[in-house]
Design a protein around this ligand. Structure first.
Ligand SMILES: NC(=O)c1ccc[n+]([C@@H]2O[C@H](COP(=O)([O-])OP(=O)(O)OC[C@H]3O[C@@H](n4cnc5c(N)ncnc54)[C@H](O)[C@@H]3O)[C@@H](O)[C@H]2O)c1
Length: 342
């Protein structure tokens, strides 16, 4: 159950919708998925299997009995009785609007509807809805069943109570909701990622580095700093004892040189696509996507557990994990729910 929610609906059950379904089910919520892809059930079940494996490692015997996962033939059937609806269909405004209108017309009164969009504006998506006040963005990060962050973005007509409700619901399934103060394209996370991605594409395009060398530069270096302190606190420390002011004085002028190609976009022509895809195949060294997903999940669990051991309360994503564990333990003690042995 998630703060009184016993049933949720996931409209769209691909990479992201399947991840949401898994997170909800493993937190004890019954989920109905609606997805026209005949292969969606197989994919979502495979995702749930990965998620179960990860949850067993993270929460062991404190896991609640999982909810059920069923596939519905229509949006109306999926949202029937749902206390929360998460939309995760492909990133096209016209499609989102059509699907959201269908959800809004059939979901129970008062049920919050969240869109997983990576960057579309909620104000654009709520145009034409009968109850625009209950629509907001709940933008997760892949894998949804492991990474705690969800960005909540309100549109012009979103009811503040819906934001509060969504934040509570997400926290109750172990997530860290961050409410974005202003409605902007791509929100916070994807703006930052897009900036780095553009630079990385130029570096490959200009023959400066291979995809593997760029990933190595991240994962052996600043990626480790980002995972635990982000960018500002990391730079504060880079300023030495004089802190942030000194850092800004010292490196501020570099911004004008400039060290970045941020506003330019490389042409993704055949040559660049071939180079990136070929180098990426080489980097994978024969490991399948499924094998890489499990390695990724194990690594994320190891990083989060290390951060959980930092200090008394844990640090960053480790603090979120510690809270999730405590919440599940409290719930188990309070309700004596049937535990899953792990
Ligand atoms: N992939 C990511 O890393 C990521 C991260 C955060 C957010 N998102 C966002 O999540 C959303 C979904 O992306 P994804 O990566 O899961 O895509 P995906 O292609 O893996 O999944 C989309 C699913 O929607 C289904 N679908 C299509 N039309 C539908 C309809 N009318 N009703 C119900 N289902 C329908 C498709 O069959 C497919 O299974 C997008 O808005 C995307 O921007 C993606």
């Amino acid at each position: 159950m998630m703060d009184g929610i016993e049933r949720a609906a996931c409209i769209g059950g691909g990479v992201i919708g399947g991840g949401w379904a898994a997170r909800f089910v493993l937190n004890g919520i019954d989920v109905a998925v609606c997805d026209p892809d005949p292969d969606a059930e197989r994919k979502a079940s495979a995702m749930l299997e990965n998620a179960e494996r990860a949850f067993a490692k993270l929460f062991g015997g404190d896991r609640p009995a999982p909810g059920t996962l069923r596939f519905a033939g229509s949006i109306a059937e999926a949202v029937d009785g749902a206390g929360f609806v998460q939309e995760s269909v492909p990133e096209r405004l016209d499609l989102k609007r059509e699907v959201l209108a269908g959800i809004d017309a059939t979901a129970p009164a008062g049920t919050v509807i969240a869109s997983s969009t990576s960057g579309l504006l909620p104000s654009d998506m709520q145009r034409g809805l009968i109850h625009p006040g209950r629509l907001l963005v709940g933008h997760p990060f892949n894998p949804v069943y492991l990474l705690p962050l969800v960005e909540i973005v309100a549109g012009r007509d979103t009811d503040p109570a819906a934001v509060e409700r969504a934040a509570g619901l997400y926290a109750s399934v172990g997530m860290k909701p961050v409410v974005v103060r202003k409605e902007i394209d791509a929100f916070i996370g994807d703006r930052l990622q897009e900036a780095l991605w553009r630079e990385a594409l130029w570096l490959v395009r200009d023959g400066v580095a291979t995809v593997e060398e760029i990933d190595d530069v991240m994962r052996y270096g600043f990626g480790l700093r980002w995972a635990q302190m982000g960018v500002f606190q990391t730079y504060r420390l880079a300023g030495g004892e004089a802190g942030m002011r000194h850092f800004l004085e010292q490196f501020g002028p570099c911004l004008a040189w400039p060290w970045s190609k941020l506003t330019d976009v490389p042409d993704l022509d055949d040559a660049l696509v071939d180079a990136i895809a070929g180098q990426s195949d080489e980097q994978a060294a024969g490991l399948s996507i499924c094998e890489l997903e499990r390695i990724r999940d194990d690594n994320l669990i190891a990083v989060m557990e290390a951060l959980e051991r930092s200090g008394e309360t844990g640090w960053g994503a480790g603090a979120a994990l510690k809270e999730a564990r405590q919440r599940l333990r409290r719930k188990r003690d309070a309700t004596g729910f049937r535990q899953v042995r792990g």
